[in-house]
Design a protein around this ligand. Structure first.
Ligand code: M6R
Length: 615
């Protein structure tokens, strides 16, 4: 849950590292640090706070020259966010410097043993233990850095992406990976190391993604040497050509990544179905499904595992798969599923949903399901991510980089993919007539234009936000397909504005939450004409009788809810299964504006990180 960056080459390392850390701040942002080597002297600067704070501190306190550097942006696990616990960490001799993303689970016993042998520790981190273990191995075994890293890593339990520098071998960086991502950018007589490719995309399109349990020795003027950490076997790097472009990872004129990503949704949904949804031919082409159709058609059930927003997309899919394709579905929090000793057989298909493709609990759930014989299908956004590699087959959402910590376009593109799978299965099972299938494909094709239309309500939503920005609680209600949207709306509000919010199935309100309703309580109700409309109107009446304030998301031209609600936001008419793709958008904008008005950091909410690579 941290971001790491490294550079060795002919350029000044400082600007590359700082810019790279800014791009990786979505991974963690409670403290940051940088290490630079200028050929003679090692310079270290670390601080609690953001990369901007680090920049200020470094430029006023250390010599920022040097053609080699390591940088780190942290999401604290062991030890509070402060200057000392920030990375990079140095070994006792001062010769070794390390940056680390991950957790060394057995660090306490190693630390105790090292202390007994005279090692002292400044910080509370597991990482400082690791760098000293490497140092001890190096001295005791009289080996070079690469070998020492390898021996030390064979003694640790946990997850890591590390980069290590040794003053006695200053033309190389040693990196290793298990469980946390690590990419090496290959330039012209220069190398980059990072948690993802964004820090080096303007310098090179060639990258090697380390596999788990691989390490690499990166030496200037030499080709990278890859080997397996466990048994020392030589591994051969596969150089991939990157598809990322720089505009995609910059704000492009928007004030925040979140807003940019909300507005990107028409394009993102279109990119998700592009080439797959072939309305004229009346087919959906998805290689991962086409090649494994029998598995899906013969499955006893589909189990969906995910976390957070991706779990909400899974809940929407539960409605879609059961309603359209008549397949039984269970949706599970990956973190619960993996520890529940669930009954899984080889007749189960497990779909893992993850924007980042790195979420630790989802990854562990996949591994468990595979061991028990299930067929595992991934729905990921990040190409080449751990989950994408770990699954038997999958489909990328092609949403483009999502940098804002609050997921927006990931959600709608995940729903798009999952809906296409459900439609495809329904067609294969002969559930739909050709004409109904064609009508649904046409409707899905028209969704981007309808999302554009919803985005036109931005100013109205900003005005509504102004009214409710000081609320302390908020309730979100929806039924059927829009129940998961209520959950998602509540999650968006709480994670970026820190207002307590709850999502509920509208009918459940009377079993408890109704007690919360008074004239201070805003209630966001998704009340589109398709799906339980009259019943939701009854729920609105119940809120109104208790003086709650109603913000309703309704279908264009609605009259009945409009009469009752304090505020209405219209979305275009669509088929019920596709309504979440439209009703979600106003809720994203509402939380964005409220968070902004409350002075919150929209893109980097407190205590959160974009990729949750710890369990
Ligand atoms: O990368 P993933 O989709 O696996 O991430 C899952 C959650 O961590 C993520 O959706 C989280 O809940 C977001 N902050 C929600 O906006």
């Amino acid at each position: 849950m941290c971001g790491i960056v490294g550079y060795i080459g002919q350029r000044d390392a400082y600007p590359i590292i700082i810019k790279g850390l800014q791009r990786l701040e979505y991974r963690g942002y409670d403290s940051a640090g940088i290490f630079l080597y200028d050929g003679e002297t090692m310079h270290l600067s670390k601080t609690k706070g953001k990369v901007e704070d680090l920049k200020h501190k470094s430029e006023t306190s250390i010599d920022i020259s040097g053609k080699l550097g390591l940088g780190h942006t942290r999401w604290a696990t062991h030890g509070i966010p402060n200057d000392i616990n920030s990375h990079p960490h140095s070994s006792n001799s001062g010769d070794l410097v390390i940056i680390h993303n991950g957790i060394i689970e057995n660090y306490e016993s190693i630390k105790k043993a090292l202390q007994e042998r005279g090692y002292v520790f400044e910080s509370d981190t597991d990482t400082e233990v690791l760098v000293n273990l490497i140092e001890e191995v190096k001295q005791k075994e009289q080996v070079k850095l690469g070998k020492a890293v390898q021996i030390a890593l064979n003694q640790v339990v946990g997850a890591y992406a590390i980069a290590v520098f040794d003053r006695t071998k200053p033309d190389e960086i040693v990196v290793a990976k298990l469980g946390s991502p690590l990419a090496i950018g290959i330039g012209d007589n220069e190398y980059f190391v990072a948690s993802d490719a964004s820090p080096f995309i303007e310098f090179t399109n060639n990258a090697v993604y380390l596999e788990d349990e691989e390490m690499a020795i990166i030496r200037l003027g030499k080709e990278i040497k890859l080997r397996k950490i466990k048994d020392d076997a030589i591994a051969y790097p596969t150089i991939q050509e990157l598809q990322l472009n720089i505009e995609e990872i910059e704000k492009g004129g928007y004030d925040h990544f979140m807003l940019k990503e909300i507005y990107e949704q028409p394009r993102a949904i279109l990119d998700t179905y592009r080439g797959r949804l072939r309305v004229n031919q009346g087919i959906i082409k998805m290689a991962g499904i086409d090649q494994n159709l029998e598995k899906f058609l013969n499955a006893n059930r589909i189990i969906i595992v995910a976390c957070g927003t991706s779990w909400h997309a899974g809940l929407v899919a539960e409605y879609t798969f059961e309603d359209l394709a008549r397949v039984p579905v269970e949706v599970e929090y990956a973190s619960e599923f993996r520890y529940r000793n669930p009954v899984i057989t080889d007749k189960d298909v497990l779909i893992a949903i993850s924007q980042s493709g790195e979420t630790a609990d989802t990854l562990a759930a996949i591994k468990m399901a595979k061991e028990k014989g299930a067929f595992v299908f991934g729905v990921c956004n990040v190409v080449g991510s751990s989950i994408a590699r770990e699954t038997h087959a999958g489909a990328y959402t092609h949403a483009g980089p999502e940098i804002g910590v609050a997921s927006t376009k990931a959600f709608t593109t995940q729903i798009t993919i999952l809906t296409m799978i459900a439609l495809k299965l329904a067609k294969e099972k002969g559930i739909f007539s050709e004409s109904r299938f064609h009508a649904l494909l046409t409707e899905l094709e028209g969704i981007p234009a309808k999302v554009e239309k919803v985005l036109e309500s931005n100013v109205l939503i900003e005005q509504i936000a102004e009214v409710y920005k000081d609320s302390t609680n908020c309730l979100y209600l929806g039924r059927g397909y829009n129940f998961p949207v209520a959950l998602e709306g509540a999650l968006k509000l709480k994670e970026i504005s820190y207002i307590h919010a709850e999502g509920y199935p509208a009918a459940e309100m009377k079993h408890g939450p109704i007690a919360l309703i008074d004239e201070q309580m805003p209630v966001v109700v998704i009340a589109t004409r398709k799906g339980h409309y009259e019943k939701v109107i009854s729920n609105i009446q119940e809120i109104k009788s208790r003086h709650g304030k109603i913000i309703a998301v309704v279908t264009e031209g609605d009259e009945m809810v409009t009469e009752l609600a304090d505020h209405v936001i219209e979305v275009p008419e669509t088929t019920e299964a596709l309504t979440p793709l439209l009703t979600t958008i106003p809720l994203q904008l509402l939380s964005y504006h409220i968070a902004l008005m409350r002075g919150c950091n929209v893109d980097q909410p407190r205590n959160l990180a974009k990729s949750v690579t710890v369990e």
